[in-house]
Write a protein that binds this ligand. Sequence first.
Ligand SMILES: C[S@@+](CC[C@H](N)C(=O)[O-])C[C@H]1O[C@@H](n2cnc3c(N)ncnc32)[C@H](O)[C@@H]1O
Length: 338
Amino acid sequence: MVDKSPSPSRYIEDLLAGQMRARSLAIAHRLGLFAALADRTCEVTELSNTLGVHVTGLRKLLATLETMELVGRSGDGYELTEIARHSLIGRNAQSFGEFVDFFTDQFESKPISLLLNHLRIGGPVRPATTPDQWRHYMAAMDRMAHLSADRIAQAMQLDRDQTLLDLGGGPGLYAIAACNRYPHVNATILDLDDALHFAHQNISDARLADRIRLRPGSVTDGSYGGPYDVILLSHTIHLFDERTVQRIFSACHTALGVDGRLVVRDLFTDGGRTQPALGSLVAFHMWNEGDAYSVPQTTGLLVNAGFQPPRHVQFRDEQDPEILGSLLISRKTDSTST
Ligand SMILES: C[S@@+](CC[C@H](N)C(=O)[O-])C[C@H]1O[C@@H](n2cnc3c(N)ncnc32)[C@H](O)[C@@H]1O
């Protein structure tokens, strides 16, 4: 049998090329190249005029995109491949372009020197700060919600509940999906002011201002109001260290009514912390003060805070991106052990 595995040097070369591929994707997306080719085949000079860039550089960029199977040639022109058409333009089921901007912001604001310093001396590593970064951040969360909010609303099973708190609710689309699915539910979204600005717009577009309340604040303050029937913590615990997550879970226990449920959604890894692989990658590159928590570790923190061992609900299917994560759903026990 012929051994088709790459040599060690080819393997390392390919890992390094991965960074260049990601940068080509980011630059083409920022330039608007995919949008410019959305419904036409374009010759290089015409494309360079549309995008306002030099032909020489553009030819090289297009060649990289061709190797990545995002554009193809048709005669003298370039056109999008099916993958690019489905994942990088418009808002169809597989579109994922918002994540290109969001990930790119993360890499630009966290150069390797900064990550090295963080490894050596610890401390915070710049969250989103500029208005553009907030817009990209919330647009990516918005996109993820379009792929998953209805499924999460269904998995939360709020048929007999009245009140939902969405902690770190971002653009508000989980609260909106829950209120749409369960007409008897009222929701509260607690988040930082910068995020609530986006939630406010979405709630007003959905005409749900009378059922969804915005509560500016920090999840680390530990005072969430209540009592609530259900608390959702979607893609938020990964921002915080383990001690803070423990305090947040305990504060959730306090804010829940009798028999209340906590639904934690995240990119949970296995006990070895390597699967899904994206979990270990984003934990190191993006979630510097937090982590991609494993299912056993999060279960331990929930039980310590006074919750029953959670059910692990996989709500995404094989076609979905890994970043959608999974859910841990726990019911409150009567008293805390912490
Ligand atoms: C990764 S986003 C997830 C947003 C939303 N829950 C979702 O699943 O799409 C994390 C959210 O936590 C919010 N956040 C970060 N630090 C926070 C804090 N200290 N207090 C409250 N919210 C915070 C961010 O503003 C953002 O909306």
